[in-house]
Design a protein around this ligand. Structure first.
Ligand SMILES: Cc1cc2nc3c(=O)[nH]c(=O)nc-3n(C[C@H](O)[C@H](O)[C@H](O)COP(=O)(O)O)c2cc1C
Length: 205
């Protein structure tokens, strides 16, 4: 029974990008963060730090920095002005309105770079840090879903990590890698998800 419940929670989780204004009780946010902390990690290094954005001025600064970097990057890519403005508005709205905002960081200081003499293995150690953080984030999304919350994993901070670090006054060894929004879903936004056929993704040898 317990296994069925866990499996159906995993299978029914879907990304939710729009939320009610209803605040999320602190106890639920704490449970989600506890789920993150208990994730598996390479060498049990637990190479993660989560910034729970609670101060309105900090949220404003964070969103400003990310959106400003988007503007710069999209102009560099030669995107049309109209699209740039639309994108900026969309994300400003999403990130400003989300009841819960969490920035998930890889803590490179917790990893074991010094064990390896060559750059190749040091690079792999960094990837292990990202794998471990991803496991923690997935735990958060599943915990949120189990608690009746919707969530979305945004990779934006990875593309503007220096701007995010500046906004959150972060120290050197942290690398912002994801932004997670969370709240009570405001509408049914999920289309049926087509899963790649099992024969394509599972290879039996
Ligand atoms: C590493 C990663 C990065 C993602 N980045 C974004 C993002 O930047 N913006 C967004 O709207 N969704 C993002 N998502 C959510 C995916 O779009 C979503 O998981 C995917 O479409 C499958 O839908 P589902 O989560 O409902 O199963 C991301 C998901 C992952 C795992």
């Amino acid at each position: 029974m317990k296994a069925e419940l866990i499996l159906s929670t995993i299978a029914s989780r879907r990304t939710t990008r729009f939320y009610l204004n209803t605040p999320v009780p602190k106890e639920l946010v704490d449970k989600v963060l506890e789920a993150a902390r208990s994730a598996p990690s390479a060498h049990n290094s637990q190479p993660w730090v989560f910034y729970l954005i609670e101060t309105p001025a900090v949220r404003l600064k964070l969103v400003d920095e990310m959106v400003d970097e988007w503007d710069r990057a999209m102009r560099t890519d030669g995107r049309p002005r109209e699209l740039i403005e639309k994108t900026k508005l969309k994300f400003t709205h999403r990130f400003s309105k989300a009841p819960v905002l969490i920035v998930a960081c890889v803590n490179h200081g917790a990893l074991y770079y010094e064990r390896y003499a060559d750059i190749h293995r040091k690079t792999l150690e960094g990837i292990l840090g990202h794998h471990s953080l991803a496991a923690a984030i997935e735990n958060m999304l599943l915990a949120a879903h189990a608690l009746g919350l919707g969530s979305c994993w945004y990779s934006a901070p990875l593309f503007c990590s220096e701007r995010v670090k500046k906004a959150l006054d972060m120290k050197g060894e942290l690398e912002p890698a994801a932004l997670i929004t969370m709240g009570y879903p405001s509408k049914r936004e999920h289309k049926d998800k087509l899963l790649r056929p099992s024969e394509q993704v599972v290879i039996r040898v």
